[in-house]
Design a protein around this ligand. Structure first.
Ligand code: ATR
Length: 267
């Protein structure tokens, strides 16, 4: 095998230096004895166009996209599959004959993380409270509706962003938007609570929410994984609830991207 044969993949974002994705993908290339590499590529918004062109010229097979490019990359894609269209964000691109084909593996990442780590939890007919209404919330809400939950309650600081997810999702009748100030009271009757806001992440303020109304059987998931035990998860654990950390979502979305590019879904 020559250097030219090497399969090139990577991650475009800003910042990307601390991303765990290169460790995951490069570990799988090694494990499956594939001559491939996954590089973290720091890219400012005004350099997205030229960076994408460079990756095409250098023969990259594909790349992931993270903050802040998940929406911006869509205009560069010649094809966007139905899933990414429904979510409204692309996080995985395959380069075919110099054309970008976009999809979204965050939905798979979220659903698989809950399936694997919330023992005995079945999405069907459940009531789910989603905190936040950014890009990650779109993928989460799409995953929940596809898994046949009965009801999704979205609560977000900026109400319009939550209304926009409701209006553009696959089944608005199953989605309710609730005021951010009522985030503690909507927890009664909740089977699964998901934080998709950046609150609780390193260098961000903690997520302030009282869990008194939350049934003790409700599963609590934070998609924040830095720190692994966010203040919400610590609070939920102390309250007696089963918890699911955010690292599994990162892991499972990466597995799916690896499968799309390489044809193997890592164990
Ligand atoms: P991502 O792609 O990771 O979802 P994002 O699109 O920037 O990132 O979304 C961040 C989410 O965190 C949003 O729901 C945001 O609320 P707004 O829609 O009101 O901006 C939420 N968020 C960020 N900082 C917040 C804060 N200080 N208080 C409450 N919510 C906050």
């Amino acid at each position: 095998m020559t250097a030219e044969d090497m399969i090139k993949t990577g991650l475009l974002g800003h910042p990307v230096a601390h991303s765990k994705s290169p460790d995951l993908h490069n570990g799988w290339f090694k494990q499956y004895e594939i001559n491939g590499v996954y590089r973290a590529i720091d890219c400012l918004p005004d350099k997205l166009d030229q960076t994408v062109k460079r990756l095409i010229d250098e023969g990259y097979r594909g790349f992931n996209i993270t903050i802040p490019h998940k929406q911006a990359i869509m205009v560069h894609c010649a094809e966007i599959d139905d899933l990414a269209k429904a979510v409204g964000a692309v996080n995985t691109v395959t380069i075919k004959d110099g054309r970008l084909c976009g999809t979204n593996t965050d939905v798979f990442g979220f659903v698989e993380n809950i399936r694997q780590n919330a023992a005995g939890f079945d999405f069907k007919d459940k009531t789910v409270v989603v905190l936040g209404a950014g890009g990650a919330a779109r993928a989460v809400v799409h995953g929940l509706l596809s898994e046949n939950v009965a009801h999704v309650i979205i609560t977000n600081r900026t109400r319009e962003n939550a209304e926009d997810i409701k209006e553009t999702c696959a089944d608005p009748a199953r989605v309710t938007v609730s005021p951010w100030d009522d985030r503690a009271s909507v927890l009664s009757g909740c089977d699964l609570l998901v934080n998709t806001t950046s609150l609780g992440m390193d260098s961000m303020p903690p997520l302030g929410i009282a869990l008194d109304h939350l049934p003790k059987t409700a599963v609590v998931n934070d998609i924040v994984y830095k720190p692994l035990m966010s203040n919400l998860l610590v609070q939920a654990k102390n309250h007696g609830n089963p918890i699911v950390t955010g690292i599994g979502m990162l892991h499972h979305q990466a597995r799916k991207a690896f499968e799309i590019w390489i044809g193997i879904l890592p164990e």
